[in-house]
Design a protein around this ligand. Structure first.
Ligand SMILES: [Fe+2]
Ligand SMILES: [Fe+2]
Length: 185
């Protein structure tokens, strides 16, 4: 499961990079495909981490703290950060809708929020990978893992799990086209 979570982090980073690159020259006049691609990036960031990735992690953090309460400081506020990241991702989606108007203050707000969200997400994932995942790998037992796997959400990543893409797959078509264009058949 830790390997899957690291893969998720890698994919979240790819989506963050694409969002930032797509917004880098955004002045309210993005062509519609680019704009829709940014929308898909933010929708992905609202959906998959909150519905699957973060709940899996929260279960692991809880299990770790049950086993080893003294590592509480090292785990820190990761659970609260999951909530904050979700709230911020929804705000980002709202800001994108507002920026469609092309007004400069809404565009500035979108840039600022995208920048802050991205930095927060990156430092959150770095903390998990460097400080907390190694503790989890070290401390959790086979039975702990069985209990987590039995309850954790098992949904697949809606963008990165389908390889190669098939005709007729629904949702996130622009992101799939961007990341796997050569594989669409
Ligand atoms: Fe997390
Ligand atoms: Fe994570």
């Amino acid at each position: 499961m830790i390997r899957d979570l690291r893969t998720d982090h890698h994919n979240i980073l790819r989506v963050l990079r694409l969002m930032k690159r797509s917004l880098s020259n955004f002045d309210g006049k993005l062509d519609s495909e680019k704009f829709e691609r940014v929308r898909e990036c933010i929708k992905y960031l609202c959906e998959y981490p909150d519905r699957v990735h973060h709940p899996r992690e929260d279960m692991m953090f809880e299990m770790l703290l049950n086993r080893e309460p003294k590592v509480e400081d090292q785990v820190g506020n990761l659970h609260q950060e999951h909530i904050d990241l979700f709230i911020r991702s929804r705000q980002l989606l709202d800001s994108l809708e507002s920026a469609e108007s092309g007004k400069s203050d809404t565009i500035d707000a979108l840039h600022q929020q995208a920048h802050e969200y991205s930095n927060m997400q990156i430092s959150h994932m770095r903390h998990e990978e460097l400080a907390v995942f190694p503790l989890i790998e070290h401390k959790l037992t086979l039975n702990d893992w069985k209990a987590i796997i039995a309850q954790a959400p098992s949904d697949k990543d809606p963008v990165f799990s389908e390889k190669p893409l098939k005709k007729g797959s629904s949702g996130y078509l622009l992101l799939k086209k961007y990341f796997y264009s050569e594989r669409i058949s």
